[in-house]
Design a protein around this ligand. Structure first.
Ligand code: ADP
Ligand code: MG
Length: 743
């Protein structure tokens, strides 16, 4: 050292000698007091003022002015204490011109009473320890926005190397590019951050959330709290800012929200919702989709309100279960099905699941509720189908026996008519009429039992409806409006006479449901219908709706039962037979009805795969014929009648009462046998077996099956055979025999 430096070396306050270097100043020497103030300062020799006071632009300005004006400039400034506390202190810096090449800064503490200072240091140390221990970034700024103190978390937050990089700076990020956004997504001007704002406004800010995106590092979320600091005069002298990293918390919240949303989707898809109830029957949670699914009020405050919408028949049971659950002294779970009547008036089935939770002395019920209306309908349908099937078997058996008796009676009556005295004619006509009525009844029973012989053709439903339109109009009469709408041709594979019967039954019922008149709509079209196991399929649709009295649930459950009727002179066979016919065609029939709101029946028949092709018109068949006919029937009455009919038609007749006997008779007969008229179901060898054997022995033999059942399936049937349903008249038989023999 030497020259001017000797002068300052022993000055009792810190002095820093700078050499003028162009625009900047280089620290050349420090005196003893300066070294005492900060032992590390000696190593700073050779550094420029720019490096030393990098963010105190003011310092360099002052230095320049001092040199330029060859004068001394004094300024108060907050600087860091280079001791353990690293607190800031207020100093007075004097920038002194020391010849053209030098400038000296003298530093003087702005006097703090020594005792107060000690106390201050102590409290500062405590504060410092506290702040360092915080997991949040803490920054202290002076009135001009300069950072006066910060902790290590703040250093990391700003991406700085050490605290020294931050102290004295105003523009926080030193090495990284930041973008700060509010929760709304709007970008924030750094000058407008809470730490700055509170200095201007003097009002504390808490809870603002910012997204800080650092180039190359992604973004994190911070909750920022800023508090103004006031000096003794009450003037704001700075601010304390705290940054709490809430990224993980937000991510967890987001994950929770997403999983809740996913659960919600799953619940909606399952037509299910969640609820929670406290022991005093207050409903604490009620998911919105429960109200949507069951059409209930949006808010469901308590159990009493919920119970109001439970179907009256189920209320007692639901209340009972709830009482027992709330009263249970152990955790229990229960599942129960009941009906709910929505605000739209529609009744839906619900399956509720509830679990009891005892939490201390409190009871809580948590549960789900699911709509199971469709399952219920399917189960009901299945139960009904099973029931109707067993009734059908019974009815079918009886009808079959009756048919045989009627066949014999009708045949005998016809034969008697030929040579009966005129006096008995009228009685005979009465008997014939009775027999015809009885035939009609057994025919309906057979239809219900799906034993009605079916002759399938390609039928256009629209054309069929056109054919019967006039008859329908006559049936419904003047008081009822009948509207028919068709949409082009709708082809099905069906027996048109049977489908007509279904349509007539439905229209008659509709008319009978409207004693004071009304409107019937008949509609032909196509529709999709889901078939278990194969998804939705296209069906032909025949719909009959009326504006009549409608039905309650109980009636609706029984309408397809044979003999169920609510009418004084009803037979209860109309819908039963329609049901059987539709099922026999592989179709479905369903009904939608409410008391006072009319009824809609829908008949679905599988669409035909074939294209339209009309059948040739039947030609008038001559009654009599020639040849030998073998009649086989196990029923004596039928057999005898048939034999007499065939004889009266001019044929020769052979007779057998069983399949075995038929083979025997044929073997012993030397002549040619033209045709076989054979019952289908017989004890021992059945009709088809006998027919197959006979045509093997006598090739060219024509075969006509007669039966009250359509029963014989295709594989049982013999190729080139014809079929005549029982009971039949003589002219039916004559026509069929002629047809068979002329093939
Ligand atoms: P029937 O007409 O002889 O009573 P059905 O089998 O045709 O026998 O009908 C059974 C019952 O179904 C009827 O007695 C009636 O109670 C009910 N029903 C059928 N169709 C309707 C309808 N369109 N409107 C109201 N009730 C109907
Ligand atoms: Mg009827």
């Amino acid at each position: 050292m030497g020259g001017p430096f000797d002068l300052v070396e022993h000055v009792p306050i810190p002095a820093y000698v700078f050499r003028v270097d162009g625009d900047d100043f280089i620290l050349e020497e420090v005196n003893a007091a300066a070294r005492a103030h900060n032992p590390a300062i000696a190593q700073m020799r050779g550094r420029s003022m720019l490096q030393l006071y990098q963010d105190q632009v003011q310092a360099r300005e002052d230095a320049r002015r001092a040199v330029a004006e060859k004068t001394k400039i004094v300024r108060e400034m907050a600087v860091r204490r280079y001791d353990r506390t690293e607190a800031t202190m207020l100093v007075e810096l004097s920038f002194v011109y020391a010849g053209p090449d030098h400038m000296v800064i003298f530093m003087r503490d702005v006097a703090t009473p020594p005792i107060a200072e000690a106390a201050l240091r102590e409290s500062e140390t405590r504060y410092r320890t506290l702040v360092d221990a915080l997991p949040d970034a803490v920054l202290l700024r002076g009135a001009d926005g300069q950072i006066l103190a910060c902790n290590d978390v703040a250093v990391r937050l700003y991406g700085a190397g050490s605290q020294f990089d931050l102290l004295g700076t105003t523009a926080a990020p030193i090495t990284k590019k930041w973008t700060v956004r509010k929760e709304s997504g709007d970008e924030v001007d750094l000058q407008d951050m809470p730490s700055r704002r509170v200095i201007a406004t003097g009002v504390a800010e808490v809870g603002q959330v910012y997204e800080v995106t650092t180039e190359g590092e992604g973004s994190r979320w911070y909750r920022v709290a800023a508090q103004p600091i006031r000096g003794s005069s009450g003037k704001v002298s700075g601010s304390v800012t705290m940054f709490t990293d809430i990224t993980e918390r937000l991510q967890a919240q987001q994950a929770l929200r997403e999983s809740a949303a996913r659960l919600d989707v799953a619940l909606s898809a399952a037509k299910m919702g969640v609820w929670e109830m406290s022991g005093d029957k207050r409903i604490d949670f009620w998911s919105a989709n429960l109200s949507a699914i069951f059409k209930l009020p949006v808010s469901m405050e308590d159990f009493a309100k919920f119970l109001d919408s439970v179907h009256p028949d189920n209320r007692a049971a639901v209340r009972g279960i709830m009482e027992s659950l709330v009263g249970a002294n152990h955790d229990d779970a229960i599942e129960h099905e009941f009906r709910i009547v929505g605000t739209d008036g529609v009744t839906r089935w619900a399956r509720a699941f509830a679990r009891v939770r005892h939490e201390g002395s409190k009871v809580r019920l948590i549960g789900t509720m699911m709509e199971v209306t469709e399952q219920h309908h399917l189960e009901e349908e299945l139960r009904r189908a099973h029931r109707l099937e067993s009734i059908g078997r019974l009815a079918g058996g009886i009808a079959h026996d009756f048919n045989n008796l009627l066949a014999a009676m009708i045949g005998s009556i016809e034969l008697m008519e030929d040579d009966c005295p005129p006096t008995a004619r009228e009685d005979l006509a009465t008997i014939r009429h009775g027999a015809a009525r009885a035939t009609e009844l057994t025919r309906q029973l057979l239809a219900f039992a799906r034993k009605q012989p079916v002759i399938y053709k390609d039928v256009d439903l629209s054309a069929m409806v056109t054919n019967v339109e006039r008859m329908l109009r006559r049936l419904v009469g003047a008081g009822v409006d009948l509207a028919i709408s068709k949409s082009g041709s709708v082809l099905v594979r069906a027996d048109p006479s049977l489908l007509e019967q279904v349509l007539v039954n439905l229209v008659i019922n509709a008319k009978e449901a409207m004693p004071n008149g009304g409107r019937i709509e008949v509609l032909v079209g196509t529709t999709l219908h889901s078939v278990p196991g194969s998804g939705p399929k296209s069906f032909a649709l025949l719909e009959v709706s009326d504006s009549g009295i409608g039905m309650d649930e109980e009636t609706r459950g029984k309408i397809f039962d044979p003999f169920f009727t609510t009418k004084e002179s009803g037979t209860g066979l109309g819908l039963a037979s329609s049901y059987g016919i539709v099922k026999q065609h592989g179709g479905h029939i369903d009904v939608l009805s409410r008391p006072g709101h009319g009824t809609r029946f829908r008949v679905l028949i599988p669409l035909s795969a074939n294209v339209a092709g009309s059948d040739p018109p039947p030609s008038a068949a001559p009654l009599h014929g020639k040849g030998c006919i073998l009649v086989v029937d196990d029923e004596e009455l039928v057999r005898n009648t048939t034999v007499r009919m065939v004889k009266s038609l001019g044929y020769d007749v052979l007779v057998a009462s069983s399949g075995e006997e038929a083979l025997d008779v044929a073997d012993r007969y030397p002549g040619y046998i033209d045709a076989l008229v054979c019952d289908v179901s017989m004890p021992g060898m059945d009709g088809p077996t006998a027919a197959r054997e006979l045509s093997r022995r006598r090739p060219g033999l024509r075969i006509l099956f007669v039966s009250g059942y359509s029963g014989a399936s295709d594989d049982e049937m013999v190729t080139n055979s014809a079929f005549l349903p029982k009971p039949y008249t003589r002219s039916d038989l004559a026509a069929k025999l002629h047809e068979v023999l002329s093939e």
